[in-house]
Ligand binder design. Structure first.
Ligand SMILES: Nc1ncnc2c1ncn2[C@@H]1O[C@H](COP(=O)(O)OP(=O)(O)OP(=O)(O)O)[C@@H](O)[C@H]1O
Length: 295
């Protein structure tokens, strides 16, 4: 008898996040006044109040699949684990449990472009592009477009430490977005910069997704997410709460925040629990080539 035919693949996954958890381990600093003798005593690990380890669960059993053409907005309250998720996707943090499979190296904007502040913007364009693996001829071909994207004019010849934070962010965005990554991770960059830059960066991200890539955008601006993305995920205190259209997710998130702000934490918790309970279960199968098929 013939083997049963596989069901047709509707989406082409670019990132499979399979049950990841991240726990940060830090040391509690003793509070209050100290004197040198006490501090030395504590440094030796003796006496009451010696530093104790603190564990923070930044992500808890997070699973989802991103597909080609997805532009995914990541929303959630402060300290919910959004940046941690971006770092895990970029391979900068190894999760304590679970694995991430990606069809190509995700580029985290701003981190991969290791720039030197005493050098000019122009020199940093070369440096950042080289750091991301571009050749000199590729950089020559893209140099004008990068400077154009950054919106910097004569300032491109000034040292980066003379730039405003918005100007620095624009240059980092322009450099990182120049590599035509298949998977681009953007952490809050769209919130810096003026209206003209926001428009340019939005267009660039649309280009990346049109090139059948995948973009993740972390933002506290729901309007940025609803106007830029075709999908949104909501993370709260390390839990994956919702995955849906930007409008649906933004609506539930606003409702949740509203309930919490009016002091109705129980109702907020109920909304969160109901949404989590309705998340589809993701099952993955390891393929011989090391990739995962998601159902
Ligand atoms: N290097 C670290 N060491 C210890 N704890 C950390 C570290 N980085 C993040 N955390 C903790 O992990 C949790 C998630 O942090 P993360 O930065 O991922 O959240 P976020 O959703 O990006 O927050 P925000 O919206 O404020 O930028 C927080 O409780 C934070 O305090």
């Amino acid at each position: 008898m013939d083997a049963p035919e596989m069901s047709p693949v509707l989406h082409q996954p670019t990132v499979v996040v399979d049950d990841i958890s991240v726990v940060y381990r830090t040391k509690n600093q003793p509070a209050g006044r100290t004197n040198t003798r006490k501090t030395l005593w504590q440094a030796l690990g003796r006496g009451a109040g010696a530093d104790s380890a603190v564990r923070t669960t930044a992500l808890r059993n997070v699973s989802f699949v991103a597909n080609k053409g997805d532009s995914i907005g990541v929303i959630g309250r402060n300290g919910s684990g959004k940046s941690t998720l971006m770092k895990v996707l970029a391979g900068l943090i190894i999760p304590d449990t679970g694995r991430v499979y990606a069809s190509s190296n995700p580029i985290l904007l701003g981190v991969n472009a290791a720039l030197i502040s005493s050098m000019s913007g122009a020199q940093n364009v070369r440096l950042g592009c080289l750091a991301m693996g571009m050749s000199h001829s590729e950089i020559d071909a893209k140099y004008d477009a990068i400077v154009d994207m950054s919106g910097l004019e004569h300032e491109i010849y000034h040292p980066m430490n003379s730039y405003s934070s918005g100007m620095g962010a624009r240059l980092r965005f322009a450099i990182a977005a120049a590599v035509d990554p298949e998977i681009l991770l953007v952490d809050e960059a769209l919130n810096t910069g003026d209206a003209q830059f926001k428009e340019r960066s939005k267009m660039r991200m649309q280009q990346v997704t049109q090139q059948a890539g995948t973009v993740f955008i972390v933002s506290h601006s729901l309007s940025t997410i609803t106007s830029t993305c075709n999908r949104a995920i909501w993370i709260d205190k390390g839990d994956f709460v919702m995955d849906g259209t930007p409008d649906d997710v933004a609506k539930e998130y606003r409702n949740f925040i509203w309930r919490i702000n009016e002091g109705n934490a129980d109702y907020g918790r109920q909304i969160r629990a109901e949404l989590m309970a309705s998340l589809p279960e993701i099952r993955t199968t390891l393929l011989p080539n090391g990739w995962k098929r998601a159902r």
